[in-house]
Write a protein that binds this ligand. Structure first.
Ligand code: M6R
Length: 359
């Protein structure tokens, strides 16, 4: 139940630090090793390529998962929109392993792909928040998100739980395959840092409410920009804002703007620049300058060690690969307040259903 909260979306945003702690409890042993079924690790270890299949926000969590699997565990990983894969599957590798990311476990587009994967006879894993859901029952393996019921149509805590669980799975896989980088990556410690960082951010609601008012009150469109995982995050942030505030929003790779989209920048266009990766920070800042020169109103969201004077939202420092876990929080709050300020039903946006059980 909502308790003291006016809306589920805000409650679910606030629950995220607790979900991170719960995942650490559920998936780590006392001695720091990961608690994941050996049969799952055996199947995963035999794969030569991972295929993550999902829709909407879960697809965006998959984009971050790809970075984790490839950077920490050297396993090639593709991420596919379920409705595209269903009718236009890519060429598969010899030993594919499929990961279905789905909060509800009932999304028809994803289920359609899983049915096909089962016909082909390939192993699969469903990562879901709902035990015994259809995709959980039909996949070879299941991992649960332990995020508690997500009621608001706009997915928030499921996104962060999915990324955290992908990181845990990468860790277990890396240990099983003896991969140095994954073994060194202290996921439990990072997720505890993430939980604390998320708490700092949800405690800054008043500030973000004011920024939403200043930046988004009357605009018809907005952009999120970033590179690497910040680009993945930009796509999720854009979906969140558009689905609850009806502001037309795009998430863009910041270096790609100049290839066309920059034509849309006018005096006062809101652009949110996400900067969490030291390798790409200077490049994103220079893209932000290009839009500022064309009149954009830029909000900078930057990690503490990359922040410069004038940046409005400062993120706690955590490993750049896991930064979407914290950078998403202010973008969820911006979406929530933009919807509130426009007087919309934030928990039940128009034209949308919580779980999309039709193709
Ligand atoms: O239950 P699922 O994770 O499979 O749902 C996928 C999408 O329908 C869902 O993430 C949708 O995009 C949300 N409304 C996003 O907030």
């Amino acid at each position: 139940q909502k308790g003291a909260y006016a809306h589920y979306m805000l409650k679910e945003i606030d629950e995220q630090p607790g979900v991170m702690r719960k995942l650490v409890q559920e998936y780590f042993n006392e001695d720091g090793t990961v608690k994941i079924d050996q049969a799952l690790l055996d199947d995963l270890s035999q794969a030569d390529r991972l295929y993550i299949v999902a829709a909407g926000t879960s697809y965006h969590a998959g984009l971050v998962g790809k970075e984790l699997f490839e950077k920490l565990a050297n396993i090639p990983t593709e991420v596919h929109v379920a409705s595209e894969f269903a009718y236009n599957p890519p060429l598969l590798s010899e030993k594919p392993f499929f990961i279905f990311l789905t909060q509800s476990g009932e999304t028809a587009d994803s289920r359609q792909v899983l049915t096909q994967v089962n016909k082909w006879g390939y192993p699969s894993l469903t990562i879901t928040n709902v035990p015994n859901s259809t995709l959980s029952r039909e996949a070879t393996h299941t991992l649960l998100l332990h995020a508690g019921p997500e009621i608001a149509v706009a997915s928030t805590k499921a996104y962060t739980a999915q990324i955290a669980l992908e990181a845990i799975l990468v860790k277990a896989y890396g240990e099983a395959k003896n991969i140095e980088r994954a073994k060194e990556f202290d996921v439990a410690k990072e997720l505890t840092k993430v939980a604390n960082g998320m708490q700092e951010l949800v405690d800054e609601k008043g500030k973000i409410e004011q920024i939403a008012k200043d930046l988004l009150a009357t605009t018809r469109n907005a952009f999120y920009i970033g590179r690497g995982v910040d680009y993945a995050l930009a796509q999720e942030a854009a979906l969140k804002l558009k689905e609850v505030s009806y502001i037309q929003t795009e998430g863009f790779a910041s270096g790609e703007l100049k290839h066309g989209t920059i034509a849309l920048i006018e005096d006062g266009t809101p652009v949110v620049a996400i900067i969490t990766d030291p390798k790409m920070a200077a490049h994103t800042r220079s893209n932000a300058q290009e839009v500022i020169a064309r009149g954009a109103n830029v909000l900078f969201i930057a990690s503490r060690d990359l922040a410069v004077a004038g940046d409005q939202i400062i993120l706690p420092d955590i490993d750049p690969l896991l930064s979407p876990l914290v950078s998403v929080v202010p973008t969820q709050l911006l979406a929530y307040y933009a919807s509130m300020q426009r007087g919309y039903d934030v928990d039940k946006p128009r034209n949308l259903a919580k779980s999309v059980t039709v193709e």
